[in-house]
Design a protein around this ligand. Structure first.
Ligand SMILES: [Zn+2]
Ligand SMILES: [Zn+2]
Length: 175
């Protein structure tokens, strides 16, 4: 997901409108932009003394699973990116860590890590198919959204189960 950097003339600007493909899964574990999904870039590149400032929007379709009921979910993520990519040999490159400030490699700006970071922050860690998703029955695993109303399991304490066997059915009424 590389875009060509600008010349080093401070102040020059360039608009980038492009659709790229996600090389890897972008986002979080339960919800992400899948590899091969088109990602729309609407960015402005501005050459500054220490590097290239990239600002603008990144959007793409997401797929994943509801964290409660595991139903597939789809959506769209639209994030605003504003990141400085430091020139090789610049003072910024020399005085910062690679994890703090992204680098320009040769004359290419690799957006993938920056997009991954910003999309990862935007997407929910616990995505839901709907806000009030009732999830799964803890006993049988059925999706409660499709189970009959009031779905539950009668549970007998194991200590009483043997006694219930001895008494047999119907005996609890004959007091
Ligand atoms: Zn759900
Ligand atoms: Zn159940």
């Amino acid at each position: 997901m590389d875009i060509r950097s600008l010349g080093r003339r401070a102040g020059s600007m360039e608009q980038v409108h492009r659709t790229v493909e996600a090389g890897h899964k972008i986002g979080a574990e339960m919800l992400s932009i899948a590899p091969g999904t088109p990602i729309d870039l609407d960015l402005s590149l501005q050459s500054v003394s220490e590097g290239v400032l990239v600002t603008g929007t990144v959007s793409g379709d997401t797929t994943g699973q509801c964290a409660r009921c595991l139903d597939p979910i789809t959506g769209t993520v639209n994030v605003y990116l504003t990141e400085l990519f430091a020139y090789p040999g610049s003072e910024t490159e020399a005085t910062t860590d690679e994890e703090e400030i992204y680098r320009i490699a040769g004359d290419l700006i690799d957006l993938e890590q920056a997009i991954n970071d910003v999309v990862g922050l935007e997407l929910p860690l616990v995505p839901l198919c709907r806000e009030d998703c009732p999830g799964l029955c803890p006993d049988c695993g059925i999706r409660l959204a499709v189970a009959e109303a009031g779905h539950h399991h009668d549970k007998i304490d194991p200590r009483w189960a043997k006694l219930a066997d001895k008494l047999g059915p119907g005996d609890e009424d004959s007091k």
